[in-house]
Design a binder for this molecule. Structure first.
Ligand SMILES: [Zn+2]
Ligand SMILES: [Zn+2]
Length: 347
């Protein structure tokens, strides 16, 4: 098999060839068809998250490693104990795999497990042309979703769906604000409409992305660079019930929390980095709920994929790239040059 691998943090990926793994026990070997490229891949490639104040959270990963956690592939080989799947099945892979033994895993929150092995982080991901999955329970039927789009439900779709559930907004107009109109934001709009009967107001600093958000169903779009952006939003919402922040920078956090009504909820999803600075008395006096949200559980993924198969969620724009363009695609994503999502297509 071959894979575009991280050899040194932040350096261009390298094409390596090595032996294709043999599935053992319940394992399933998939041939990668497409793999979405996510902002997390950019951070993992850089080898650290920015904690603000000059501090970094390093990611101690054994190099070389293979990125890519938005994987869509075809089953090509089964371990002797694999069940409920057959060769030729095409599936989206749930990559947020846990140890299966610790307390969070036992309650179904494998995505919060400290041990992993997460695909595309600790274990080889979809920047490789084959992926080994430990069990068929992590394989999801995407119905007739096109290959280049399907993988995006495993991260951006799942992340947006989970954050929307946490926001608590349902069946309401102009109560929810989405900050960030990239791939996640775009997915957030579609899922808010489809599963929560809510059209969000979308905020970004890029007018092109806002235009796309409006075409994709945002109720209003506001450029936060405009001086009166916060007042404009206040006029529409009268104070938002919830804000989902898909950027997660110091600027977006300050802006987003300022839009909430009393008792409102701020759901922080983006990993841009920095520190959360809040006037503490306001957290108390306004009963601000501040909640982090990281990808999502296997149960949430199942709920989401049922909506996908039923055709309830409109597709987001996904640009197809060749797998050999993996390095450039990471750079383009970092530079904010991708509209919606990009997916690497393997031959
Ligand atoms: Zn991701
Ligand atoms: Zn665990």
């Amino acid at each position: 098999m071959k894979a575009y691998q991280v050899i040194e943090s932040g350096e261009p990926l390298q094409l390596n060839e090595f032996e294709t793994p043999e599935p053992k026990g319940t394992e399933v070997l998939m041939k990668t068809i497409a793999c979405g490229v996510c902002h997390s891949d950019v951070h993992i490639h850089e080898g650290a998250f920015d904690l603000g104040g000059g501090n970094k959270l390093p990611l101690p990963l054994d190099k070389p490693y293979t990125l890519g956690h938005e994987i869509f592939g075809e089953v090509i080989k089964l371990g002797p104990d694999a069940s409920d799947i057959k060769i030729g099945d095409k599936r989206v892979i749930y990559p947020w795999i846990g140890c299966g033994k610790c307390d969070v895993c036992k309650v179904g929150d494998e995505h919060l497990c400290a041990a992993g092995p997460v695909l595309g982080v600790q274990k080889g991901g979809g920047f490789g042309d084959h992926v080994l999955v430990p069990h068929s329970r992590y394989l999801m039927d995407a119905g007739d979703t096109p290959a280049h789009l399907a993988g995006s439900y495993a991260c951006s779709g799942l992340t947006a769906y989970t954050a929307l559930k946490k926001s608590g907004v349902k069946d309401k107009e102009n109560a929810l604000i989405i900050v960030g109109a990239g791939g996640l934001g775009m997915m957030g709009i579609q899922i808010a409409k489809a599963a929560f009967n809510t059209k969000p107001i979308v905020v970004d600093v890029d007018d092109e992305k806002l235009k796309l958000a409006l075409q994709n169903g945002a109720s209003h779009v506001i450029n936060s660079k405009h001086e009166d952006a916060a007042q404009q939003i206040q006029m529409i919402t009268g104070g938002a019930e919830a804000v989902i922040d898909f950027v997660g920078s110091e600027l977006s956090t300050e802006f987003a929390t300022g839009l909430l009504r009393k008792g409102g909820k701020y759901v922080l999803v983006g990993l841009y980095g920095g520190e959360l600075k809040q006037p503490l008395p306001l957290v108390v006096l306004l009963e601000r709920n501040i909640q982090g949200s990281y990808v999502g559980s296997l149960a949430n993924m199942k709920e989401l994929m049922a909506l996908v198969r039923d055709g309830k969620i409109d597709p987001i724009p996904v640009e197809k790239r060749k797998a050999s363009e993996a390095s450039q695609t990471l750079q383009d994503l970092k530079d904010g040059k991708i509209m919606g999502r990009a997916a690497l297509m393997h031959d």
